[in-house]
Design a protein around this ligand. Structure first.
Ligand code: AMP
Ligand code: ZN
Length: 118
């Protein structure tokens, strides 16, 4: 499994940093965002280190598909599947990407504005 020793999310995957996990399987893990922007704000990440969408390769296909499968399950488990939710993947400086381990935000539990998550 690809890993970056300085990456915060790799440390969460390895259990070296705490997180409030809501879902885990072989390829992905989902946990509560530490600074929630909505009543439901979950981060869904591949276990393998991929810095951003700019570094996505064919070998990541299964894990990236797994992000959407996990999103569906998390949305159902946290009761926003019917009310609705937004999936956001920030990539690079102009999008405000802060953590360079690819992650999907799942935001819901309130009426979201026309702008993306902030
Ligand atoms: P982005 O701007 O898309 O890179 O978002 C990074 C997100 O990671 C932000 O919403 C942070 O609140 C969140 N975050 C950073 N560190 C942690 C952590 N240790 N546990 C949970 N969420 C985190
Ligand atoms: Zn990482």
């Amino acid at each position: 499994m690809q890993r970056d020793p300085n990456c915060v999310f790799c440390k969460i995957v390895a259990g070296e940093l705490p997180s409030r996990k809501v879902y885990e399987d072989d390829l992905v893990v989902a946990f509560h965002d530490i600074n929630p922007q909505a009543p439901v704000h979950i981060l869904i990440i591949p276990k393998a280190h991929v810095a951003s969408v700019n570094e996505v390769e064919e070998e990541h296909r299964a894990a990236l598909g797994g992000l959407f499968l996990a999103a569906r399950k998390v949305a159902e488990a946290l009761n926003v599947a019917q009310s609705g939710y937004r999936l956001v993947v920030n990539t690079g400086r102009d999008a405000g990407q802060d953590v360079f381990h690819l992650h999907m935000h799942l935001l819901g539990g309130r009426r979201l504005g026309p702008m993306l998550h902030r």
